[in-house]
Design a protein around this ligand. Structure first.
Ligand code: ADP
Length: 404
């Protein structure tokens, strides 16, 4: 008699996976209820953690569930995580977080798949900080904070580099002296969780693309392109660091390395000053002199904004040509991330000069929304918009690694 009630009560308490994605001054989170489907219950962001920090949480429908500001100063990641656990406890009272998944930018050459975190792994990931000094420390801090606060909670690290470890040695090599290559100076590639999510989506929507030659364009504030053969990465536009390849919001993308020497010799810049130029003052922001936000540039009549957009698209077209050569042809092209999913004029500007590859855009489909094919029936290459979901990819990994 009591058994059915017990089942109902058990269902009312959602066991969940918490996904954390920490940036230099922000912490994104999503809570996924465990079940046959992983359903997002609540997600949000704590940002500007080093100054005027704000927190906002929304439900799956996008309705704001809670907001908070820290008027008295910077909570840092530590304060934000403490607040998040407290907030979840108060606002989702039946919630049982069973595990935490983290986005970790660098897994080096060793980590080709997500792993459960322990002290040894943390030390190994710490040793990779020089490979991604601007990101890796921010990814590792929340792991330590959660471990201190809730040592009972299993944690899983999911690497942005892992998906690209299937690329052949040729695609991962620089033409550097062997002793420098031996110290880990090679192409790693990034945005791997996004590409993996797309690779897992393709078999359902386009089996030919999933089995064949596909280029995915991840166009957000950070932007990169990945060539996939049968759903596995064989080449990527990003290299040793996430500044290589395509032009981005504030990053240069590929640059003649001679420019770096010139900046040192003629501008008297040191490594930190050059880093500032390469990562924070270039890209759409630097070229336009206006904004790193594609929406602002698309709405602007300024010639410099137009030029920044033209250069952004030109660099993508050049990179697609290069990756199509690496693939030996092309079956599908996929647009994803903030710009890729939402900016129809950018998709049109990228696809038009690629007609020679067999790409023909359906102008009406290009103006639509959500997951869809945007090429004509006659187009030899299928063109898709596939919204990415790195958080879900992390949650899927956590479930797999921990057999939840
Ligand atoms: P991140 O790399 O920080 O995750 P996103 O994937 O959120 O970035 O992408 C941010 C970019 O997407 C910004 O340049 C923003 O202007 C652009 N974007 C978002 N929505 C639109 C839209 N409707 N039209 C054009 N660009 C958009």
């Amino acid at each position: 008699m009591t058994e059915p009630r017990a089942t109902t009560e058990a269902l009312a308490v959602p066991d969940a996976i918490l996904v954390l994605n920490a940036g230099s001054s922000s912490l994104k989170f999503t809570v996924f209820a465990l079940g046959e489907e992983l359903s997002p219950i609540v997600s949000g962001l704590a940002e500007e953690l080093a100054s005027a920090a704000r927190f906002r949480a929304r439900n799956e429908a996008g309705e704001v569930l809670g907001e908070h500001a820290w008027p008295d100063g910077a909570p840092g990641h530590e304060g934000a995580i403490a607040f998040l656990f407290r907030w979840l406890g108060e606002h989702v009272p039946d919630l049982t977080v069973r595990a935490v998944g983290h986005r970790v930018v660098h897994g080096g050459a060793t980590y080709t798949a997500p792993v459960r975190i322990d002290a040894d792994l943390l030390a190994a990931l710490e040793a990779l900080v020089p490979l991604a000094p601007l990101h890796q420390p921010h990814n590792l801090l929340p792991i330590r904070l959660v471990a201190a606060k809730r040592p009972d909670l299993p944690q899983v690290a999911c690497f942005d580099t892992a998906f690209h470890r299937t690329a052949p040695d040729l695609a991962q090599a620089f033409a550097l002296p062997a002793e420098i290559t031996a110290r880990g100076v090679r192409r790693y590639g990034f945005h791997g969780l996004s590409y993996e999510y797309i690779a897992r989506t393709l078999p359902r929507i386009d089996p030919r693309a999933a089995a064949g030659r596909t280029i995915v364009l991840h166009l957000g504030n950070g932007a990169s392109a990945c060539a996939m053969l049968g759903g596995r990465s064989i080449a990527s536009s990003m290299g040793f660091t996430a500044v290589d390849g395509l032009m981005m919001g504030t990053r240069t993308g590929a640059l003649d390395p001679g420019v770096v020497l010139y900046l040192m010799d003629e501008f008297g810049m040191d490594a930190r000053a050059i880093e500032d130029v390469l990562y924070r003052r270039s890209g759409l922001l630097g070229v336009s002199g206006l904004s790193s936000d594609m929406r602002v540039l698309l709405a602007s009549d300024e010639p410099a904004a137009r030029f920044a957009i033209d250069l952004f698209c030109y660099r993508i077209v050049r990179e697609v040509g290069s990756l199509a050569a690496a693939l030996g042809g092309l079956d599908a092209l996929v647009f994803t991330a903030g710009i890729g999913e939402n900016a129809s004029p950018i998709r049109a500007k990228v696809c038009a000069p690629l007609a020679w590859l067999g790409i023909e855009l359906d102008a009406q489909a290009n103006e639509g929304r959500g997951l869809r094919r945007i090429s004509t029936e006659a187009s030899r290459v299928a063109v898709w918009v596939v919204p990415t979901d790195e958080e879900r990819m992390i949650a899927l990994h956590v479930r797999e690694v921990l057999s939840l």
